[in-house]
Ligand binder design. Structure first.
Ligand code: ZN
Length: 68
């Protein structure tokens, strides 16, 4: 299968290309080693990160690369 659209930012209404991967875990819903991943553009890396950070869910932020 060919993926035609570049992976996009997970922020609501944002269609910018993803540049960052935010990995998070909600201890009330997930087992400790589970990671949920949100993609973020440069602009939303901080807002999405803050959202997860204040809740204590954020685990890692890594650069998102599309390997062709
Ligand atoms: Zn965005």
């Amino acid at each position: 299968m060919v993926e035609e659209l570049a992976p996009q930012c997970s922020a609501k209404g944002c269609r910018a290309a993803a540049e960052w991967e935010l990995r998070w875990n909600n201890p009330r819903l997930h087992t400790p080693d589970y990671r949920k991943t949100w993609l973020a553009c440069a602009r939303h890396r901080e807002t999405l990160g803050d959202f997860l950070g204040v809740r204590g869910f954020l685990r890692e932020v890594t650069e998102f690369r599309t390997t062709a």
